[in-house]
Design a protein around this ligand. Structure first.
Ligand SMILES: [Fe+2]
Length: 387
């Protein structure tokens, strides 16, 4: 079997205003009725109305499913699929952030695969069971998760533990990257989602699967986010910066599908499952200490990441000094440039830190971390996140 290093199957429309082409795209596929999956916030922001307008203009029927919740459980996606099936819709649009696109991937998967969804989350033999689920059109309204370009479906089980279905066969077939949809995103959400995108690209460079082919993309996309995220954060009307963020976020999602992420994402997923920590924030808090932890085994790569933050390194700096410097630069970007609130301002329970550290070691992305981690080290990182 061939081990392909880079795979990209999503057809992309890119540019400000391109979401208005969604109706024509569906029509070109000879589909008649569109299932538009989104959440109430997107409806209130007037974005759903714009997409519905484009669908109607193309002479198509539609059904609006605006019930999607953050980190929706698998059961919810199964209910969503019933609504889709009863509606007779033959096209599926995911309009929203990562949770919406992931949940809609799961709904679309059920058009071609039997439930329950959980049976596809149990590791490689289960992933291999997934049959192709074509036809999904993703329209992201945040620049962060890159779900519009990734092969992952993050879905919660009945205990709110996040599970992952990984298969290139569940990827969207089309993505429409329209920076105009980012204009109403509040600065703190722009920051936390942007840091998620940054972590996909930096972690994608600091994994044990990284190769020259992906390094180029990860570094360029990370540099782009470091340049343009502060501009977008400080200027609510700037389209240029938001276009760069849409591009870098999508590329981060593509990298996520190919080289994955390191232990930073393991922490983010566990803190999300146990304490409800929003994903972008979890990534923003975990990446600095995990980067410091990994520095001794990926020293030159850690320096390269530090240089993206404007750091310079002397010949005699120890791996520990390099790791600390890069960690501090990441924290400065997060807390000073982007004014992110502290991890301890979210709900958390120190009595569950032990449990969290054990879950981190079992989390799917841990296997891609370049340095082996034990429970004590995971616990120390969790304590540092909440210090
Ligand atoms: Fe992420």
């Amino acid at each position: 079997m061939f081990n392909f290093l880079l795979h990209q199957s999503v057809r992309i429309l890119f540019g400000a205003g391109t979401s208005q082409q969604v109706g024509d795209l569906v029509k070109s596929l000879n589909r008649k009725k569109v299932f538009i999956a989104t959440d109430k916030g997107i409806v209130q922001a007037g974005i759903a109305e714009k997409i519905i307008g484009a669908v109607k203009k193309a002479g198509l029927d539609y059904i609006l499913f605006d019930e999607i919740l953050p980190d929706a459980p698998a059961k919810f996606a199964e209910e969503g699929y019933k609504v889709l099936k009863d509606s007779g819709a033959d096209a599926v649009v995911a309009l929203g952030g990562g949770s919406t696109i992931d949940t809609t991937k799961a709904i679309n998967l059920l058009r071609f695969n039997d439930g329950p969804l959980m049976k596809y989350t149990e590791g490689p033999p289960a992933w291999a069971m997934v049959k192709a689920a074509p036809g999904l059109i993703a329209i992201p309204t945040t620049a962060g998760t890159g779900s519009e370009m990734s092969d992952g479906v993050i879905i919660a089980d009945e205990n709110h533990v996040k599970r992952t279905i990984l298969s290139p066969l569940v990827m969207p077939e089309y993505s429409i990257l329209d920076a105009e949809l980012l204009l109403g995103v509040p600065p703190h959400i722009l920051a936390s989602t942007g840091l998620d995108a940054l972590s996909h690209n930096i972690e994608g460079y600091l994994v044990n699967l990284s190769v020259h082919l992906t390094d180029v993309i990860c570094l360029a996309a990370a540099a782009s986010i470091l340049k343009w995220l502060p501009i977008a954060f400080n200027d609510p009307k700037d389209i240029e910066s938001r276009s760069h963020l849409m591009a870098a976020s999508a590329l981060g999602g593509w990298m996520l599908a190919n080289v994955h992420c390191n232990s930073g994402h393991s922490f983010a997923h566990v803190l999300g499952s146990l304490f409800g920590m929003p994903h972008g924030f979890g990534c923003a808090y975990a990446m600095p200490p995990v980067t410091e932890f990994n520095a001794p085994v990926v020293l030159e790569r850690t320096k390269t990441v530090g240089e993206l933050f404007g750091l310079k390194f002397g010949a005699n700096e120890s791996p520990e000094e390099v790791g600390k410097k890069v960690k501090d630069a990441m924290i400065h970007f997060r807390d000073v440039t982007l004014k992110l609130k502290k991890a301890k301002e979210f709900n958390y329970d120190p009595a569950r830190f032990e449990e969290a550290s054990n879950l981190v070691l079992k989390e799917a992305f841990q296997m891609f971390n370049p340095r082996e981690m034990d429970q004590k080290q995971a616990l120390a990182i969790i304590k540092e996140i909440y210090a």
